[in-house]
Write a protein that binds this ligand. Structure first.
Ligand code: RB5
Length: 155
């Protein structure tokens, strides 16, 4: 599998729990030529994951980035927070199958990782699967996403 799919821009964020993994993934993505916006955290002092979910979501909603990688201790808080923003389709994926299929079928645009759950090398493989995947755009996939968008609009 190629390690790069087009010139996509990626936004990367993490709370203190994900800070060290974020740095490792930043190096990894830059090495493969991705254009990465790092929104912090920039140290491992205690912070709040919703703040980074917001920063990541904003970059995607403004089209400054196409995909986001968001890290906290478990990935769970990051995912809950990111999904509160319109247009964000975030999920925790700790395996490469979900990371790829989540994009191909569900147009996932934010990958959430738990730095206390996955090791660095697996996280790199998961990120690679996420970044290289493309939404397949089948009618049934679009139909399902339209239903989710209606939830987003109408509650
Ligand atoms: C912070 O200690 C931790 O709660 C956070 O990183 C994350 O795991 C939340 O889901």
């Amino acid at each position: 599998m190629s390690t790069k799919a087009g010139n996509i821009k990626v936004v990367l964020g993490a709370d203190h729990g994900g800070y060290h993994l974020k740095n490792a993934l930043l190096d990894y993505m830059l090495r493969f030529g991705y254009d990465v916006i790092d929104v912090g955290a920039f140290n491992d002092e205690p912070t709040d994951y919703p703040d980074y979910a917001k920063l990541v979501a904003e970059k995607i909603r403004s089209a400054e980035a196409e995909k986001g990688v968001l890290i906290c201790g478990s990935g769970v808080g990051a995912s809950i927070a990111a999904n509160k923003f319109k247009g964000i389709r975030a999920s925790v994926c700790h395996d490469t199958y979900s990371a790829r299929q989540g994009v191909e079928d569900d147009d996932m645009n934010v990958l959430c990782l738990g730095a206390r759950v996955v090791g660095e090398e697996l996280a790199k493989e998961i990120v690679k699967a996420f970044l290289c995947a493309r939404f397949k755009g089948l009618e049934r996939y679009k139909r399902r996403l339209k239903k989710i968008k209606e939830f987003e609009e109408n509650g």
